[in-house]
Design a protein around this ligand. Structure first.
Ligand code: PPS
Length: 576
């Protein structure tokens, strides 16, 4: 490392110019001193992934977050302003108030969530992007069912800041340190091992026997060694967590012949941009010293759009990479789909199966169903150690944590049913049950909040946070707030579903019945204008459209309603 000629760039024998934006130790100390007086931006999880890839040269030749000219050129033409191929905009998005407090020519400090200084940035450009145009160009769509588009429209900040980076410290990782390599380290390892040809395999999913077979075939086909290079930064929401996946990859590694294959983790934040992303992945693997790259059907595909159609054609990614592979200097190895032939007890490429062969297959959806329901997964499909790892973190539904989320108007009967349900669940036993009732939460968690939209949302997100923690730890959380807004309920569902089950129950008692009951006298006060912003009277209630259960309290007693929930939980597999 010390042999490099300038602060920024070093040339390596394997794979061309590699940018290195880290400062030497003394320079870094001086930068830390200077940063005390600079404006600070706290990096989001995605920005932390991007900055790590920028600083360590995985995004070579980039030397910082894109300025306006490069950004516009990348969006429109997949090239930087100087014509270099670069398909994905790597930008630093900031809030408007932060953007207003800085100017071109300033330096800013970029810190992680704990306040550790990662880098400083010399601000060259501050600009407001057209995010719809960006989505259409980069993702080919502005449909928010695309996770990349959704992030851009709903999570990204509105202003971009471009400029060169000076790296002070690498983002800290405490997990799997032995499997994390910078591009320079990986190039050195290949060099030391005498691996002149290396084929990289990109993945964001657990790998089973078919993957082992096809990666090994890919390596044999081009007479190269194999790098399993899974993404552990950010992948598609809902994917298997990287801790579980990496333990699975480690087991799998033992099934390749000795000295043929290695594993290294890639801290990339994926965009799920299909064809453009395939080019990006290839450029990144070139920077890590690989000579070949496996691309399969629907590489980095985001699934289906809101009308149920695929976002990209199955071979779009392969075609785009084929057209650019010479320019990148990496050769694409198209992935051969392999299937298990029962009579021959082996995997063969799908185009080599013979008439009369009994071909066995388990789709991804079927595999997840079997895992969820604790059903048998055959050994021809995956290695027992891999299945065991997945079973540990993905127990069948009756052993997972669960949130049961009641929503409905004040006086609809949510609390009464929730209490009856809690008792029935405790009678059944097995999991600890916590009731987060609307009134009780407002006394404890949210005592300072009122009933504006902002305060109601805060209240529901707090409930969602507590419920997700309970769910993550295997308990049952029963929530019973009004929760009048669809988008906020959706946010809670997303948060909880990452860690366990979520069942929404709409207690659909009509407003006139709630008002007739008026057990707390609140409706009368709301009508008299004494209580403002009262749900259903002077404030909105957006009824759920796809709740798992809808309860009409006019047609059943609280005991019957609670029993109905129990029956539904049984049919969904959450209790048995
Ligand atoms: S929200 O909208 O989900 O944050 O509301 P929540 O936390 O469930 O609190 C609702 C309970 O507060 C009482 N209350 C009001 N409800 C609605 N609108 C207004 N303005 C209001 N002011 C007080 C009411 O008793 C609700 O209790 P429940 O159990 O729903 O009747």
């Amino acid at each position: 490392m010390d042999a490099r000629e300038s602060t920024y760039e070093m040339i390596q024998p394997h794979g061309g110019v590699l940018v290195d934006l880290y400062l030497f130790e003394e320079e870094a100390d001086a930068e830390r001193d200077k940063a005390r007086d600079l404006k600070s931006w706290d990096l989001s999880p995605r920005q932390l992934c991007d900055i790590e890839m920028l600083l360590n040269g995985a995004f070579s030749p980039l030397t910082g977050f894109l300025g306006r000219a490069d950004y516009e050129s990348v969006v429109e033409t997949m090239r930087l302003a100087d014509g270099t191929l670069w398909p994905i905009p790597v930008t630093l998005d900031v809030r408007q108030d932060f953007a207003d407090s800085i100017a071109a020519g300033d330096e800013i400090a970029l810190r992680d969530q704990e306040g550790v200084l990662i880098a400083t940035l010399s601000v060259e450009d501050i600009y407001t992007p057209d995010r719809v145009a960006e989505a259409r160009a980069v993702f080919g769509t502005d449909d928010a069912a695309h996770p990349g588009v959704h992030y851009l429209m709903h999570q990204s900040n509105p202003v971009y800041v471009g400029g060169r980076l000076r790296g002070v410290e690498s983002p800290i990782h405490y997990d799997f340190r032995h499997l994390r390599d910078t591009p320079a380290e990986l190039r050195q390892r290949f060099s030391k091992l005498g691996w002149r040809k290396v084929v990289a395999f990109q993945t964001r999913n657990p790998m089973h026997r078919a993957h082992q077979e096809l990666t090994f075939r890919a390596a044999r086909q081009v007479e190269a060694n194999l790098l399993i290079h899974p993404v552990v930064g950010m992948t598609k929401p809902g994917d298997v967590d990287h801790y579980t996946r990496v333990r699975c990859y480690e087991h799998l590694l033992g099934h390749y012949p000795e000295q043929t294959t290695t594993l290294s983790l890639l801290p990339l934040a994926m965009r799920m941009a299909g064809p453009r992303e395939a080019l990006w992945h290839a450029l990144i693997r070139k920077n890590y010293g690989c000579t070949h790259f496996v691309v399969g059907r629907d590489h980095a595909g985001p699934g289906q759009d809101s009308k149920g159609n695929d976002f990209y054609g199955p071979y779009d990614a392969q075609e785009l990479l084929k057209a650019h592979q010479a320019e990148i200097g990496i050769e694409m190895v198209p992935f051969q789909m392999v299937v298990y032939v029962e009579d021959r007890a082996q995997y063969v490429p799908v185009d080599e199966t013979l008439e009369g062969d009994t071909v066995l297959n388990i789709s991804g959806t079927e595999f997840r169903r079997r895992l969820q329901e604790g059903l048998e997964i055959p050994h021809w499909f995956s290695y027992p150690e891999v299945i065991q790892e997945l079973r540990k973190t993905h127990p069948p539904r009756h052993r997972q944590g669960l949130t049961i989320f009641f929503t409905g108007l004040s006086g609809a009967g949510k609390s009464t049913i929730a209490n009856a349900l809690m008792v029935k669940l405790m009678e059944l036993g097995g999991r600890r049950v916590t009731l987060l009732d609307g009134d009780v939460v407002r006394k404890n968690l949210s005592s300072e909040l009122g009933f504006s939209r902002e305060h109601r949302d805060l209240n529901i997100l707090r409930i969602g946070y507590v419920a997700s923690e309970i769910t993550k730890n295997g308990g049952i959380a029963i929530c019973a707030p009004i929760a009048p807004y669809t988008a906020t309920r959706r946010q809670v569902r997303d948060m909880v579903e990452e860690v366990g089950g979520f069942v929404e129950i709409h207690v659909a008692t009509p407003i006139d019945i709630c008002e007739q009951r008026d057990r707390k006298g609140l409706y009368a006060k709301a009508r008299a204008g004494i209580i403002k912003e009262f749900t259903g009277i002077s404030d909105p209630y957006e009824a759920p459209e796809a709740a798992e259960i809808v309860i009409d309290t006019q047609a059943m007693t609280p005991d019957e309603a609670a029993h109905r929930v129990i029956v539904k939980l049984e049919s969904l597999g959450y209790i048995r």
